[in-house]
Design a protein around this ligand. Structure first.
Ligand SMILES: Cc1cc2nc3c(=O)[nH]c(=O)nc-3n(C[C@H](O)[C@H](O)[C@H](O)COP(=O)(O)OP(=O)(O)OC[C@H]3O[C@@H](n4cnc5c(N)ncnc54)[C@H](O)[C@@H]3O)c2cc1C
Length: 356
């Protein structure tokens, strides 16, 4: 019920808005109709869209267009171009429909990409394949205890500051750039038990993520000592000796409070792996929402590569780029803030056009 509550609220709110926009104000809601491109007049003013509807392609004229297609978190091609060569291995931790259509359509009429954010995204690691799960199970299977563990790539090396953020999202971005977008999250028994305390400071605490990973068919290794754990990793292609040395180096530094001085530092939550049994969960990065997008001004107007706003074109939500960059400040907020502004601006423009 707690998990479902926000979804119920969202549906009720959206249904109310649709009712107001259509029945009361005379608007039209077109379902199963995908934006393909933007229509412009001879002066570069956006005057509508071309879309693919159930009956085929159609053109829709408009005084203003607001792009809110949710970024490109489900586009293998764009993720490969901007984020990681291992885009094919990423999990889509999103609806699967967010394929960068707003960005593509806008840049085709001269819009500027945001100044930053493209190399990063908001996401979390999930159990690596062969694990299988449904979209509804994504949230529970998210391996958010990562920051209190140690991450090794398949070369047996640490590659990320696990403690950079409490939310695990920066670990996930770094994991997306490791071979096959995979890694092992290693924890000891004490850390595992700590995470099962629902009152702790980490996201989703109290949920036994490791057991859920195992139930989903993921790879979960358990051993009484770190040597045995890394030997088990060898069967998955990890050089066992290097992995063991990496964990030893980490443990030695953490034991004297110097993990932040390692070549790959661990800046927070750096405790040695010291209580058996030890666990290693093979994870694979998952993309929820992208950070790169369109460049907008405070009026949510999309900016052209010339530096001027494109008349008639606005963006909201994840289509707005560079609000988040590497660290995550929120995703819904981009819809709430820019959606409100873009809606007001677009309505003002449409009213002005009717009056003139
Ligand atoms: C499990 C999970 C947990 C999350 N938790 C949080 C959280 O706690 N806090 C938070 O801030 N965010 C959270 N998020 C992220 C947040 O839900 C999304 O980033 C947010 O919904 C993005 O809003 P949006 O309106 O920009 O895009 P979306 O909500 O993705 O909406 C975009 C819409 O555009 C449609 N679309 C795409 N292409 C086209 C096209 N060509 N034509 C027409 N329509 C198109 C899509 O089908 C979709 O309906 C979470 C996401 C997930 C998956």
């Amino acid at each position: 019920m707690v998990e479902g509550h926000p979804v119920v609220v969202q549906r009720v709110v959206v249904a109310a808005w649709v009712e107001i926009a259509t029945a009361r104000l005379g608007g039209a809601l077109r379902l199963s109709t995908a934006l393909r491109s933007l229509l412009t007049d001879g002066r570069g003013v956006v005057v509508g869209v071309v879309a693919d509807g159930p009956e085929g392609p159609l053109s829709i004229s408009a005084d203003a267009v607001v792009l809110a297609t949710g970024g490109f978190g489900a586009s293998r091609e764009l993720l490969q171009r901007y984020v990681t060569p291992y885009a094919d291995s990423l999990w889509a931790r999103n609806s699967g429909f967010v394929t960068g259509d707003g960005l593509t359509a806008a840049t085709a009429v001269g819009a500027a990409p945001s100044d930053g954010g493209f190399a990063s995204f908001y996401g979390h690691c999930l159990p690596a394949r062969p694990a299988r799960f449904t979209r509804e199970e994504l949230l529970h299977l998210t391996q958010q205890y990562g920051p209190i563990g140690v991450a090794l790539n398949v070369r047996g090396e640490r590659y990320t500051d696990e403690g950079e953020t409490r939310m695990e999202e920066t670990m996930c971005v770094d994991t997306s750039r490791q071979p096959d977008a995979r890694a092992f999250y290693v924890v000891d028994h004490r850390t595992y038990q700590d995470y099962l305390d629902p009152m702790g400071p980490f996201v989703s605490q109290g949920v036994d993520k490791i057991a859920l990973a195992s139930e989903a068919g993921g790879v979960v290794l358990v051993a009484d000592d770190l040597g045995d754990l890394t030997d088990q990793m060898a069967s998955l292609g990890v050089p066992a000796e290097r992995a063991r040395r990496t964990l030893e180096t980490y443990n030695n530094a953490a034991a004297v409070g110097k993990a932040h001085c390692l070549d790959v530092p661990k800046s927070h939550f750096a405790t040695p792996l010291s209580s058996s049994p030890y666990y290693a969960v093979m994870v694979q990065a998952g993309v929820t929402a992208t950070y790169g997008g369109l460049k907008v001004n405070p009026n949510a107007q999309v900016i052209a590569r010339t530096g001027y706003p494109i008349p008639g074109l606005y963006a909201a939500g994840i289509d707005v780029g560079n609000v988040n960059n590497r660290r995550y400040a929120g995703a819904w907020s981009l819809g709430l803030v820019f959606g409100r502004i873009a809606g007001q601006q677009a309505a003002r423009r449409a009213l002005a056009s009717k009056r003139s």
